[in-house]
Design a protein around this ligand. Structure first.
Ligand SMILES: [Zn+2]
Length: 262
């Protein structure tokens, strides 16, 4: 990865990572499969080497499953395709994060977005075409047809409006736009440099009210917006040791459960 690519990726979620977004939980609840207090979705965005090197081995060690939102134009895809494929075979989710990771240059801190990847100049139809092709690419890797989506940078405004409605039929769920969750039932954090204890403390606090806890990682022990491999391992060990309290699973499996609720 060259420096330009690095800076492109480093700033991908810089705005969103400034603040962990936490919403108050309503009284309405969803029952998790073994009556756990909360569901935990561990996501890993942007198809990074450190995820293959550090995150997946740790997840497998603790017998936990995560969701990997692949930017399919990343060179890490062709360079290490067998590893992504075996991650899927191990039960991890390969999710859609588009081909080119377009973001809006009109948003603050997005000087790094290449002009041809400017969401402001895309149309909804273009985004749908890109997302469909990304789903086809993912299907060729893992053979799956049920898919979830994380919008790059969380930006969804194109030149002719918000594109999420144009792609919602392609997915069982979209991160941050969950249709079947009670309002305020989900909380998000985008870690950057936290210790294991800090990550665990955040999960404990969020779980007090139940709901769906979503941790959106990027680099693990390397790459951008990273946490150390040790901090990541400590969180996994905690989740592994407290399975009666936390249902950690792929976002696809969690949202399948949610969508089946009456
Ligand atoms: Zn991203």
């Amino acid at each position: 990865m060259n420096l330009r690519q690095l800076s492109f990726l480093t700033l991908t979620f810089s705005l969103a990572s400034v603040q962990a977004e936490t919403l108050h939980k309503p009284s309405k609840s969803i029952e998790w499969p073994q009556n756990q207090r909360a569901a935990v979705s561990l996501s890993y965005d942007d198809a990074l080497n450190s995820q293959l090197d550090n995150a997946i081995p740790a997840l497998n060690h603790y017998n936990l499953r995560g969701s990997f939102y692949l930017t399919l134009a990343s060179e890490v895809i062709p360079n290490r395709l067998p590893l992504w494929r075996s991650a899927a075979a191990d039960g991890h989710e390969l999710g859609n994060h588009t081909l080119y990771h377009p973001c809006s240059k009109s948003q603050l801190g997005t000087d790094w977005v290449k002009p041809y990847n400017n969401m402001d100049e895309r149309t909804r139809e273009q985004m749908r075409d890109e997302v469909i092709l990304a789903n086809s690419f993912l299907h060729a890797i893992d053979g799956q047809s049920k898919r979830t989506f994380t919008p790059p940078c969380g930006h969804t405004q194109t030149s002719d409006g918000d594109y999420l409605n144009s792609v919602s039929d392609l997915f069982i769920a979209i991160k941050g736009a969950e249709e079947n969750l009670p309002e305020g039932f989900s909380s998000f954090v985008l870690p950057h440099g936290q210790s294991g204890d800090e990550l665990i403390e955040w999960v404990k606090n969020e779980a007090a009210d139940g709901g769906l806890i979503q941790i959106i990682f990027h680099g693990i022990g390397g790459d951008h917006l990273s946490v150390s491999a040790q901090a990541h391992r400590e969180l996994l060990e905690f989740l592994s040791n407290n399975r009666e309290t936390y249902w950690t699973n792929t976002y696809r499996n969690i949202m399948t459960h949610v969508n089946q609720q009456p």
